[in-house]
Design a protein around this ligand. Structure first.
Ligand SMILES: [Zn+2]
Ligand SMILES: [Zn+2]
Length: 263
């Protein structure tokens, strides 16, 4: 049933937006944003509420490799040849998730940026990652229409040690721009896995089996957007997708800030 908002509700919503924008302006002045590549303070043209803020230096943007068409239609890896549909990975593996996209190739400056984002409390970098996501993939998001954004969960022990889950920080910034809500409660990481870096795809698969647990989601959502910082082989996204699909989700999409080259 469509619920019409009263004038008072609309006015309250406007007031809330204005208050949030003023709060944000003050925060931007007190804690100036830093560039996610060189970590220097960004000089803003305006701190007026609602005015756009610079999130990265132009010269630093040129140093990073963005993912562009042609992309693998399954996982979103960069392809070199227009004539191809799938990357070499997706030709071999049949993924459980429906489709994935990423923003940047995980190399050089982006490796440093991701490291600081994950381990050095540079949570503010998420503002740039999310803004770029919105610019690049808003049309895709509108097409797939996810009901909710779910960040890839970290084991509670790891969160305690690190203080925050970087994927959740990214999810929250993306939610602010897209209006898609975030759910960080329904999906849990129940096994504290070792770093997967050195493992083969099969070893990753075995390790991740039963690592995630979600409540039944039949009545809650149909389409989920999973977000993570780095996509490597897709094993994590597949392990979660398997769990989510068992619990009633029809389609699972993935979005990662960085990915490997894929060719
Ligand atoms: Zn910079
Ligand atoms: Zn692929």
């Amino acid at each position: 049933m469509v619920k019409f908002r009263t004038m008072r509700e609309v006015n309250n919503m406007k007031k809330e937006t204005i208050i949030n924008e003023i709060k944000e302006s003050i925060l931007d002045i007190v804690y100036p944003l830093r560039c996610p590549i060189c970590d220097e303070i960004l000089v803003q043209k305006s701190f007026l509420p609602g005015a756009p803020r610079i999130k990265i230096h132009e010269k630093c943007m040129k140093k990073i490799t963005t993912i562009n068409e042609p992309m693998c239609i399954k996982c979103g890896h960069q392809l070199l040849d227009e004539g191809l549909e799938y990357c070499s990975d997706c030709k071999k593996i049949s993924h459980i998730f429906n489709q994935g996209k990423s923003l940047f190739v995980y190399k050089n400056e982006m490796v440093k940026s991701m490291y600081s984002f994950k381990y050095s409390n540079k949570r503010e970098y998420a503002k740039f990652y999310a803004e770029y996501t919105y610019k690049k993939y808003n049309q895709w998001l509108q097409r797939i229409q996810p009901d909710v954004i779910i960040p890839v969960p970290m084991h509670p022990k790891k969160i305690k040690k690190r203080g925050y889950n970087q994927s959740e920080i990214y999810a929250r910034e993306l939610s602010r721009l897209t209006g898609i809500p975030v759910d960080n409660k329904s999906l849990k990481r129940v096994v504290n896995t070792k770093p997967l870096k050195e493992l083969t795809t099969q070893q990753r698969k075995n390790m991740l089996k039963k690592s995630f647990y979600s409540e039944n989601l039949f009545n809650k959502y149909k389409k989920i957007l999973l977000v993570d910082d780095i996509y490597t082989t897709g094993s994590t996204m597949d392990a979660i997708s398997e769990e989510l699909k068992i619990k009633g989700i029809e389609r699972v999409y993935c979005l990662s800030i960085c990915t490997g080259k894929g060719y």
